[in-house]
Design a protein around this ligand. Structure first.
Ligand SMILES: Nc1ncnc2c1ncn2[C@@H]1O[C@H](COP(=O)(O)OP(=O)(O)OP(=O)(O)O)[C@@H](O)[C@H]1O
Ligand SMILES: [Mg+2]
Length: 413
């Protein structure tokens, strides 16, 4: 029998959530007890593990090293948000996962281990060892699905919405037309499209932008993927909250894992369990959402948080991190953030900092965390903002993060 909405989802749901319920009381506490280095942690299964990834592009100006030792872990049923300024390498990283780097890209080193279930068995493979053809046949659309920024780039203007949702199921699983159709209607309903029967026959141009993005999500979910990657999906503010909720609901039902890339830290607070902060081609701070919002350690993260729009303040000028990221055509000497870091130490210009451990889940690459470094506190203005966020979120240590600009708080776990 072909996989329909949920064979793997069905048996995974109860298990994942029960485990989460039992072991992750408050995410803060749970997070600290979870070492994120092993394949299985407290019953959590790691589905994606990127190690030491480095990628360069050949350009007319020379070789640009855009990904410089990227690491990332993702566990089943969890959402990781990747944040960082434009050009930090977020899209290139996920494109490498999907095997869709552009022709001038080259993987210089690293592994991308992906684990999924097939017919009840667990399969682990290094995606970088597969050919583009194998990735297309076995993985993309089936086990890993991606939602891009612009829904029109992923939709075929000459095919009806229904045919596009049905296509993957028929191709990957040989689902019958009839079953695929029934499932497509179910999916359209799931993503909140009314009159799905009628909508099936529409072409993309007949739909509003918001509806198109929902269709793209329906297509992404059609083959019941294990991993959903959303790279800055442009969501109309009016439907954004609904879509984010939808992703969470689907996650609760199916145990799907999600990588969510966005510039909007309000969205991060809503969807993410963990946050990876990227700068110049690598992760420079990572932690649970609470750790990143409430106890950020890297001056770059301080800058990103300070740049968040503050709705409660009359002053609507946005803070910008002064300076610009390094030119990766050239070798980076020391800490890539040093030239923009007002707290930089001498060593920052000579030697790259390692990831210093703050908790089992929280790491940051800045020499300021070295025991011999001068004790530097985050800027006062940011400390005040965080204090306000904490108060708005109730008592310290609760499982809720909401930031200015996102009205409702999110409960994790
Ligand atoms: N095909 C390419 N050829 C040359 N350089 C590229 C290519 N694709 C990406 N880059 C460069 O790689 C770096 C990382 O790009 P990437 O698209 O991953 O950034 P990003 O973090 O997704 O930024 P944004 O937030 O703007 O989407 C950028 O400097 C970009 O110019
Ligand atoms: Mg991008």
């Amino acid at each position: 029998m072909k996989k329909t909405w949920s064979p793997h989802a069905g048996n995974a749901v109860g298990r994942t959530y029960k485990l989460r319920g039992e072991s992750l009381g408050s995410p803060l506490i749970a997070a600290q007890s979870v070492g994120r280095t092993k394949g299985t942690v407290e019953g959590k299964k790691r589905i994606l593990s990127i190690r030491d990834l480095s990628i360069s592009f050949q350009t007319s100006n020379g070789t640009v090293n855009v990904i410089r030792g990227m690491n990332l872990d993702l566990y089943k049923g969890e959402t990781v948000a990747i944040v960082g300024e434009s050009g930090s390498g977020k899209s290139v990283t996920v494109k490498a996962v999907m095997g869709i780097l552009s022709g001038n890209g080259r993987i210089n080193s690293g592994t991308i281990d992906f684990t999924y279930e097939k017919d009840g068995a667990e399969i682990s493979l290094d995606l970088l060892k597969l050919s583009k053809k194998e990735i297309r046949r076995q993985i993309n659309g089936k086990h890993i699905a991606m939602v891009f920024q612009d829904p029109m780039t992923s939709l075929n203007p000459t095919m009806t919405v229904g045919a596009q949702i049905m296509e993957g199921m028929m191709y990957h699983y040989g689902t019958s037309r009839k079953a695929a159709r029934a499932r497509a209607i179910e999916l359209l309903e799931l993503v909140g499209i009314t009159d799905p029967d009628k909508r099936m026959k529409n072409y993309p141009h007949q739909l509003s932008g918001g509806m198109r993005q929902r269709v793209v999500i329906a297509i992404a979910l059609a083959c019941d993927p294990d991993l959903l990657i959303c790279d800055e999906p442009t969501l109309d503010v009016t439907i954004q909250a609904k879509i984010l909720e939808l992703i969470k609901e689907i996650q609760a039902k199916t145990g799907i894992s999600v990588i969510y890339i966005t510039h909007d830290l309000g969205v991060v607070a809503k969807v993410a369990d963990y946050v990876e902060v990227m700068y110049a081609g690598k992760v420079i701070e990572k932690g649970t959402t609470e750790e990143i919002f409430f106890e950020p350690k890297h001056p770059y993260t301080w800058g990103l948080l300070s740049a968040m729009p503050d709705l409660s303040s009359a002053d609507d000028r946005l803070y910008n991190i002064p300076g610009s990221p390094p030119n990766l055509l050239h070798q980076v000497e020391g800490d890539s953030f040093a030239p923009r870091n007002i707290y930089a130490l001498n060593i920052d210009f000579k030697q790259e900092p390692p990831m210093f451990r703050i908790s089992d889940t929280h790491f940051a690459a800045t020499w300021l965390l070295h025991e011999k470094a001068p004790k530097i506190e985050m800027p006062d203005a940011l400390m005040k903002r965080i204090e306000t966020m904490r108060q708005e979120n109730g008592l310290e240590g609760t499982s809720v993060v909401s930031v200015p600009g996102s009205k409702e708080a999110v409960h994790h776990g």
